[in-house]
Design a protein around this ligand. Structure first.
Ligand code: ADP
Length: 314
């Protein structure tokens, strides 16, 4: 029996890292001059380093290990190997990277990849500011310069020519060519490149090329096992474990509909959303419907099937 709890939500372990906001990309590209090698411009100024400290994660992000992923990631960092995290959306990849950045005491710079993301957006650009030409590091350069962890979320969304930029960083060279400045930046030992990839909904046009994927060690992610997922949902959603177990059971049954018209199962993130609504007094069936039914499909028949699952469990 699901029991609603109206206690306030616990403050979840929030990531302290900053995302490079998209407006940065657009605002800065407006008055970008073409490539200006350093030596040709007497007034070249390198932007003072942005406070890398802003990207440090002060408080431990809550992460419940599922397998040996913590040890694997730490070993990859020690061996200077880049890592690819494979798994469906909302199953804990980002939270894991945040947790590992905190554990390894490295700043974390996250970039949400999209089809307009250019190599310049990642590496950096010259901007004319008054009389001066100022170089601005992009997120990847900033991470390399400071030995941070750079997390490229959903790498396949980036343009092919953008993905190529990471190649020299992901083999024994571990270096970033900064073409526009005619320089090369060697990555310090602590620098680590991490990318995420959801193999579930890739088309042939948007698959990761072998020449790219064979540069990474891969850690496979999936929805946590039921007992673990219930603990996570209870904690993150602010509900009791019995209620969380019911939500997880619904989640499992909905995930079984994959292959029957459902592209991807309901994520741990959505189970937590349902839990958060329940914690705020929304009736459990309603919460489950709005968080676990409508968001994942527009197909009326599938929605009906999911609603039946919800009412059977609750
Ligand atoms: P992804 O990056 O895979 O899309 P997230 O890392 O954003 O997914 O996960 C969604 C949410 O699920 C997180 O915010 C977190 O609350 C929760 N979560 C998933 N797995 C775990 C886990 N193993 N430990 C703690 N929280 C988890």
């Amino acid at each position: 029996m699901l029991g609603a709890r109206t206690s306030r939500l616990p403050s979840t372990a929030r990531a302290q890292h900053l995302w490079f906001e998209l407006y940065w990309l657009f605002a800065l590209s407006a008055d970008e001059p073409s490539a200006l090698p350093e030596k040709q411009n007497s007034k070249l100024i390198i932007m003072p380093e942005r406070a890398i400290e802003e990207y440090r994660i002060a408080d431990e992000p809550y992460y419940l290990p599922v397998d040996h992923e913590v040890d694997l990631f730490a070993a990859a960092h020690a061996a200077h190997l880049p890592v690819i995290l494979k798994g469906p959306t909302g199953c804990g990849k980002t939270r894991f990277v945040e947790h590992m950045a905190w554990r390894l005491e490295r700043p974390l710079i996250t970039v949400a990849c999209h089809e307009d993301l250019s190599a310049t957006d990642l590496v950096g650009r010259f901007l004319i500011e008054g009389e001066e030409t100022v170089w601005h590091d992009g997120p990847l350069t900033l991470a390399v310069r400071h030995g941070a962890i750079c997390y490229l979320d959903e790498i396949v969304e980036a343009r092919k020519d953008t993905v190529v930029i990471i190649h020299p960083l992901t083999d024994h060279r571990r270096r970033l060519p900064i073409e526009k400045r005619g320089t090369i930046l060697d990555a310090p030992a602590d620098f680590m490149l991490v990318v995420s990839y959801n193999p579930g909904y890739q088309s042939i046009l948007k698959d990761l090329k072998q020449s790219t994927r064979q540069r990474f060690v891969a850690i496979d992610f999936d929805y946590p096992p039921p007992d673990t997922e219930a603990v996570i949902v209870a904690r993150e959603g602010g509900i009791d474990e019995g209620t969380a177990r019911d939500l997880v059971l619904i989640g499992q049954k909905v995930r079984n509909l994959r292959g029957h018209g459902l592209e991807e199962g309901v994520s741990t993130r959505l189970l937590i959303y349902a839990a958060q609504l329940i914690a705020l007094g929304i009736p459990p069936t309603r919460a489950a419907e709005v968080a676990m039914c409508s968001p994942i499909t527009d197909d009326r028949d599938l929605q009906r099937s999911i609603r039946e699952i919800v009412t059977t469990v609750i």
